[in-house]
Design a binder for this molecule. Structure first.
Ligand SMILES: Nc1ncnc2c1ncn2[C@@H]1O[C@H](COP(=O)(O)OP(=O)(O)OP(=O)(O)O)[C@@H](O)[C@H]1O
Length: 399
């Protein structure tokens, strides 16, 4: 996302305010008022961009619209208050924080808000006013749920809503995320959602499953190698980390990474530097790492089979994906989602009542992936029938 238009030039003695709104007309008005009051204005079209601007420009104040296209405003404001307690935070719709002390700086910002509001309310006859059009556009985009980046993550149970909240909070930052959860719970789905809701969304999302590559090849796969670096290295090769520059690298099954390679990985995470195998040159890359594991990494690091320092570096922001047995209430929605998906190849099937009861009373050791396979099997077993019956729901080997 390019930084929004209209960054004002540096002014002596000015203070900085970040203005977070998807409404360009509103931003324009506020910029005019605030610039007149010697504020330097940094504009952001959404919450993620605002956070990035705040990290870069350390503003004295933040003005935030009552709706943002990517983040829920309440959560966003809470996060900003935690990260920047000294910042003046105001909502552009005038909803102010109860108990917030009035200061000259705050009063000045409120004055600019009132001035911009008056501009909006001025009749069109006085001056052609683009605001109503902009407002209409804004109303349209406001109908989109702030969770739209999570569309592939089915489930409205309490643990899934909490997971969604965590994803939206961490996504806009470059923080390393450690996703923990049993096999098949949807860890990769979560990693993709973090990427999609981040500023890197337009860049690549690279996946590397550490368990799928032989130990001896994993280092070269991650870091790349020069020609002749080892037997069989007939050509130099770019590693996955380098290829992910600007984007996100998802390291699945991180617990399978050999100890020796863990040290090199830690160096990369700490300094953003990497060296191809067989090369002396050090490269700098900008990659956000998301790692996932179904193992208890903390326990393993205490036992010495996983580096404790790497564990801490990865777990800057840990998120837990709930097991399906802890959110059985999500099963009907997941069934709908998967049957709908299968409906592209064959007429859409439905599930009989007893079949649904059977699904709701199972422990799901293989989680969502197992549910998907059970439904696929049931759809085949039901033959020409539009309905999947209870006896066509078979777990594991025909239970
Ligand atoms: N909440 C969800 N909504 C829709 N589909 C889901 C959800 N969670 C998982 N799935 C689907 O279930 C399958 C398994 O998900 P995924 O590969 O993300 O699990 P995982 O936890 O990474 O598994 P593993 O531990 O084996 O790597 C995928 O096809 C995925 O699309």
């Amino acid at each position: 996302m390019a930084s929004a238009a209209g960054q004002t030039g540096q002014m002596a003695g000015s203070r900085t305010v970040v203005l977070a709104s998807a409404d360009t007309a509103l931003r324009e008005r506020l910029r005019q008022s605030l610039t007149g009051l010697r504020w330097q204005v940094r504009e952001a079209g959404g919450g993620a961009e605002a956070i990035e601007l705040m990290e870069r420009s350390r503003p004295e104040a933040l003005l935030v619209d009552s709706w943002l296209p990517d983040l829920e405003v309440g959560e966003f404001s809470g996060m900003v208050r935690t990260l920047y307690p000294a910042l003046d935070l105001l909502r552009v719709d005038g909803v102010s924080d109860a108990g917030t002390a009035r200061s000259p700086r705050r009063n000045e910002l409120l004055h600019a808000l009132r001035e911009a509001q008056e501009e909006f309310d001025r009749p069109a006859a006085v001056e052609p006013d683009p605001a109503p059009v902009a407002r209409a556009v804004v109303r349209d985009i406001r109908t989109a749920a702030p969770t739209s980046g999570l569309a592939d993550m089915v489930g409205t149970s309490e643990p899934m809503l909490e997971l969604g909240r965590m994803i939206r909070l961490v996504a806009p930052r470059s923080t390393t995320v450690l996703i923990e959860g049993e096999t098949g719970t949807g860890k990769e789905v979560v990693a993709k959602a973090v990427h999609r809701l981040s500023l890197r969304a337009a860049k690549s999302f690279t996946v590397l499953n550490c368990a799928a590559i032989p130990e001896s090849l994993l280092e070269a796969e991650l870091f790349g190698h020069t020609r002749g670096a080892f037997t069989g290295a007939v050509q130099s090769r770019t590693g996955r980390i380098e290829a992910a520059h600007g984007g996100t690298l998802f390291l699945d099954e991180i617990g399978e990474m050999p100890l020796a390679l863990q040290a090199k990985m830690l160096r990369f995470l700490e300094y953003g530097e990497l060296q191809r195998v067989g090369d002396n040159e050090v490269m700098r890359v900008d990659v956000r790492v998301i790692a996932a594991t179904h193992q208890e990494l903390e326990r393993r690091s205490k036992e010495g089979t996983f580096r404790l320092d790497l564990y801490h570096r990865l777990a800057v922001f840990p998120v837990e994906v709930p097991s399906l047995r802890d959110r059985l209430g999500d099963i009907p929605a997941l069934v709908d989602y998967f049957l709908e998906g299968m409906g592209r190849e064959q007429p859409r099937k439905r599930l009989s009542g007893p079949a649904m009861t059977k699904l709701m009373s199972y422990a799901w050791p293989g989680n969502v992936r197992e549910l998907m396979h059970v439904l696929e099997r049931g759809a085949i077993l039901s033959g020409e029938s539009p309905e999947i019956a209870a006896e066509e729901i078979r777990f594991g080997r025909g239970r």
